[in-house]
Design a protein around this ligand. Structure first.
Ligand code: ZN
Length: 123
């Protein structure tokens, strides 16, 4: 292979990497926009994420780590709308559920195992 051919194939490889990185960045931005549209937002405009309650932090209640860091949706309608839009971008099937941590009522999203694997949802 000549030096020129190597340079050309390097350039094609770099262009492919660049396009893949740009597509990944667009997907992240699209996901971020969906979450920002439907999630509960902090005063600064950032989405609120679910975190352990005081009792969970104290160790007086079981710490449900599966719920940590999920975006908080203020109601079922918002959570379901976000789920459908995220799925349209290629996310796995999602199910909106009322979070047990919530004192004032918020919803989180989880993988919809029934649609994904044909399993029955946990009681
Ligand atoms: Zn929650």
């Amino acid at each position: 292979m000549t030096r020129r051919t190597n340079a050309r194939s390097d350039l094609i490889g770099l262009q492919a990497e660049l396009h893949a990185a740009q597509a990944a960045a667009r997907l992240v931005e699209q996901r971020r926009a969906i979450i920002a549209r439907y999630a509960r937002l902090k005063p600064g405009g950032q989405p609120s994420f679910c975190g352990p309650t005081r009792a969970e932090r104290d160790g007086t209640a079981w710490h449900d780590k599966g719920t940590d860091d999920k975006a908080i949706y203020p109601d079922l309608t918002s959570a379901e709308a976000a789920a459908r839009e995220l799925e349209a971008l290629g996310a796995r099937p999602m199910l909106a559920y009322p979070c047990r941590r919530s004192r004032h009522g918020h919803h989180d999203l989880a993988t919809d195992e029934q649609r994904m694997y044909g399993r029955k949802p946990k009681p």
